[in-house]
Design a protein around this ligand. Sequence first.
Ligand SMILES: Cc1cc2nc3c(=O)[nH]c(=O)nc-3n(C[C@H](O)[C@H](O)[C@H](O)COP(=O)(O)OP(=O)(O)OC[C@H]3O[C@@H](n4cnc5c(N)ncnc54)[C@H](O)[C@@H]3O)c2cc1C
Length: 482
Amino acid sequence: MTKVKTTTKKSPATQTTQKQYDYDVIIIGTGPGGEGAAMNLAKQQKNVAIIERHHQVGGGCTHWGTIPSKALRQSVSRLIEYNSNPLFNSGESAKHLTFQDILSHASAVIRKQVQLRSGFYNRNRVDHILGEASFVDKHTVRILRKDSSVERITAKQIIIATGSRPYHPDDIDFNHSRVYDSDSILNLEHAPRHVIIYGAGVIGSEYASIFRGLGVKVDLVNTRDRLLSFLDDEMSDSLSYHLWNNGVVIRHGEQIERVEASDDAVVVHLESGKKMRADCLLFANGRTGNTADLDLEAAGLKADGRGQLKVNESYQTEVDNIFAVGDVTGYPSLASAAFDQGRIAALAMSDDSSKAKLTTDIPTGIYTIPEISSVGKTEQELTEAKVPYEVGRAQFKHLARAQITNNLVGSLKILFHRETKEILGIHCFGENAAEIIHIGQAIMQQTNGGNTIEYFVETTFNYPTMAEAFRVAALNGLNRLF
Ligand SMILES: Cc1cc2nc3c(=O)[nH]c(=O)nc-3n(C[C@H](O)[C@H](O)[C@H](O)COP(=O)(O)OP(=O)(O)OC[C@H]3O[C@@H](n4cnc5c(N)ncnc54)[C@H](O)[C@@H]3O)c2cc1C
């Protein structure tokens, strides 16, 4: 356990302050938001403490969210590849893995991540304090440790990076052994043959891919009328088709009425009168900011009905010395964004806050099977705004690299302005889409006329690569111009 220092290290912040604090900055939460802030503040020579109530660092991102779900998906994706490649599996019965089998790989990755991230705090001399934090006032935080002892520490500034948790409606019994949320699903002890997933957002769709890839029957209940409606329609339609083609039963525009859980099954009743029976329910419909235990009023703060905090573009709350980053501030609720928000908040707290600007074009990475990634505008947004755009497409099945790796499902679409040729949006569907998109993102962010589609036809790409999709799509798009 880290001993809390009561003296202040020399730093510009405390030298100029009348009142002496234990720390320049206290951060609550060691997810990507807290870590991004801590590392940046440490580089600014600030005296920083980070408080975490879980026994290991890494946040929900490492323990319950991004990392385990991506590790599970990777195992399932390799299993599918193995079973579908005649070179490895010629006529024998398909290899079978259970959810528990693939969880062991996820646990190994989590262990490595925790080790790595603990090292960051140690090397950068950030004090890691284990305990539950709450506010005493706007400069003082109370820490309740596991042994029930209580400690108070003070700081000039505080960052709330406490993340979010799955939303639990009151009338569903999440203590029942057949009812899970996206955190508790990682404790699944039996091997279900049939799962109902309620909520077809990113988390629900990703878990639908994972379970279906393991050969489990999946009913995916969508409260909206199309899957992931924030995506370009073609991407959303492609996902619907592939989940359907793989045997996932998708029910759109439905609302849960009640859940009946017994010793041998769970029955979900929908408001439309339909009912479904399965071995378990994964409820993945909404998240709530982790603010209920923070005693926010003591610091002069108030969360909204979803437990989220309002911040300005520097991630400063309504109380000027308190900042908030990551899921606790709501949209986009991504680990990628949380890390950057932490960095921006740390810069905004410094004397030179001129670099404190978050890039607005945050890419989307959805690790369904197949994967989806996009950056910039959708066709629907450009049409609505009456922008004269053109489309360039490349199909993975025509690329040598995709043929070699046997990843033939997928496509890349570039949307560009037909007069200036400026890239306006990039949408990728298929294996490694989340990696591929970054090539286009880098060009999109060029300034002084450097962000045009012509870059892709004037540049030599390694061959064979998936990056070649950009060249093929650019040629396809430019050929449409007249
Ligand atoms: C299943 C799933 C899959 C996801 N996949 C992706 C993905 O592929 N890509 C992506 O970018 N994002 C993904 N996300 C979202 C991503 O995990 C979150 O956006 C990210 O973790 C938010 O980071 P954070 O720092 O705000 O909070 P968190 O990572 O949740 O960390 C918050 C930390 O604060 C601690 N804490 C809370 N309250 C207190 C307190 N009072 N005292 C002390 N400590 C406290 C918590 O224990 C936790 O460790 C996924 C989420 C889920 C659930």
